[in-house]
Design a protein around this ligand. Structure first.
Ligand SMILES: Cc1ncc(COP(=O)(O)O)c(C=O)c1O
Length: 482
């Protein structure tokens, strides 16, 4: 490797990234190309010839950059992927260069200490005491999987990891869960049909009466509660279940309580909205994603566990080829003994650097700005006769629906999808659509450092105008009779 070429290309790349981040708001947010075009663009044979780093950079500028979704664009308000903070970007660059492997202490001594520190910070934010532990993971999916595995092992009295499940066990969650919960109950052998997805109230929180009824019914039929799953920041709306009530039920049923705060965990840094996550510290395990609302670059999720010993009970295998014989005193922390993943990227570096560079207060201010933006959009939309807002947002996720007279549910769905498609094509904004309580909604979710109230105002004007356009076209077409 010619290090001079590396140095030169690296300096160029850092300048390039700085320019990119500074000017990203001028780019079309989403590429106006078809998947087939991109497939063809990258339809390349395995390279035989060498490209210099400079040539490689040129190829990336031509083929990759124009065809990205620019999540740092202030109009990006879609699936929860924030604008990454610049300190985290640099930290990830260094993490790749050092390539510390957090699986074992011997491949990352300082990295192990930093990872433990970041986990401690997250545990402090939750309110867990010194017995707590955790793992940084690839994201909320893996963290929820580990949470459900911990639940299965605890409630089965540490038999399931040896013998498999001996009874029909049931897990409980609200209908507003993220799909990772369904995947997790499947992966740990509980089974998707044994996940009770319970109805929510007007604020989209789990109905405690429905949970009590479901448990009673299941027990009458000889089934056993294995885990109560609380949501502290639903994907659609940021709704937070009554965690204190869920904890009481989990205690009474002698089962595990896991809380999915993958998105909502950011609220622990909010100064203007304290107390929303009340009861989080009661959960046995919690998912929080620093790569969501802590503005860390992908990937950095976390599973946090009230009693660290439960991690060791679930994962503590020590094969000879991994056991560190130079550590006779056993004072080296081995993540592979206390977690699921083996090779583990040095994820904590970007979280550690982000906290040190910006501080908790600044990150909290970004979060409060996003909450204010969602509340503002709710107010503007609620004041307009043509829009319904699902509920007043408690975090930064908001769901709006266009009230179009004379259209049935199917046609309304079509209208919402068409509006989202046209706005994507316009390149100024990107948001998702979703379904809740049988209706289709626009799901708008600012989790971006660069978004302002002016962007929300522009978004609403564009949304209204596009809804009116599509409505008019649909009502003119012969299929719709009013
Ligand atoms: C509430 C919730 N849990 C879990 C996940 C999955 O997280 P990840 O995409 O990091 O795996 C998401 C993703 O949006 C989420 O909103």
């Amino acid at each position: 490797m010619q290090y001079e070429q590396f140095r030169h290309a690296g300096h160029y790349l850092v300048d390039f990234i700085a320019d990119y981040l500074q000017n990203v708001h001028n780019k079309p947010l989403f590429p106006d190309v078809q998947p087939a075009y991109l497939h063809e663009l990258f339809d390349e044979a395995l390279p035989e010839e060498q490209l210099s780093l400079q040539e490689l950079q040129q190829q990336l500028e031509e083929k990759l950059l124009p065809n990205c979704t620019h999540v740092s664009h202030p109009g990006y308000m879609g699936l929860i992927t924030p604008s990454p903070n610049p300190a985290g970007i640099l930290a990830d660059f260094l993490a790749s260069a050092l390539n510390q492997n957090l699986g074992a202490y011997s491949i990352g001594p300082a990295a192990t200490a930093m990872e433990l520190r970041v986990i401690r910070w997250l545990n402090d934010l939750i309110g867990y005491d010194e017995k707590a532990g955790g793992n940084l993971t690839s994201g909320g999916m893996t963290a929820n999987f580990i949470g459900l595995k911990l639940a299965r092992d605890f409630t089965s009295k540490d038999k399931a990891q040896y013998e498999g499940l001996d009874k029909q066990w049931i897990a409980y969650v609200s209908e507003e869960r993220h799909v990772s919960i369904d995947k997790a109950v499947d992966a740990v052998g509980i089974g998707r049909e044994n996940l009770r997805a319970l109805p929510t109230d007007d604020e989209f929180k789990i109905r405690i009466d429905a949970l009590e009824k479901a448990i009673e019914n299941d027990k009458r039929n000889g089934l056993h509660p294995i885990c109560i799953i609380g949501l502290a920041g639903t994907t659609n709306l940021g709704a937070v279940d009554d965690l204190v009530a869920l904890h009481k039920i989990a205690q009474r049923e002698n089962c595990w309580m896991h809380v999915d705060a993958a998105y909502g965990g950011g609220m622990l840094l909010s100064e203007k909205n304290p107390g929303l996550m009340n009861g989080l510290q009661l959960a046995d395990s919690v998912t929080i994603d620093p790569h969501k609302w802590f503005y860390a670059p992908l990937d950095a999720g976390a599973i946090l566990v009230k009693d660290h010993k439960r991690l060791t009970a679930s994962f503590g295998m020590e094969p000879a080829y991994l056991t560190d014989q130079t550590d006779q005193k056993k004072d080296r922390y081995q993540f592979y003994v206390h977690g699921f993943e083996q090779s583990k990227r040095f994820r904590s570096l970007k979280v550690w650097c982000s906290f040190h560079h910006y501080g908790k207060k600044q990150i909290g201010e970004w979060i409060d700005n996003n909450v204010e933006q969602a509340k503002y959009l709710h107010e503007v939309a609620s004041a307009d006769d043509h829009f319904i807002s699902a509920t007043s947002p408690v975090m930064s996720a908001i769901c709006l629906r266009y009230k179009a007279e004379g259209l049935n549910d199917q046609q309304l769905k079509q209208l919402h999808h068409e509006v989202a498609t046209r706005i994507e094509k316009g390149g100024q904004f990107w948001f998702a659509t979703t379904a809740m309580k049988g209706k289709t909604w626009f799901r708008i979710n600012p989790v971006n450092i660069h978004t302002t109230l002016a962007h929300m105002s522009n978004l609403f004007q564009l949304l209204k105008q596009t809804c009116e356009e599509v409505y008019e076209e649909m009502t003119k077409s012969t299929q719709v009779k009013i």
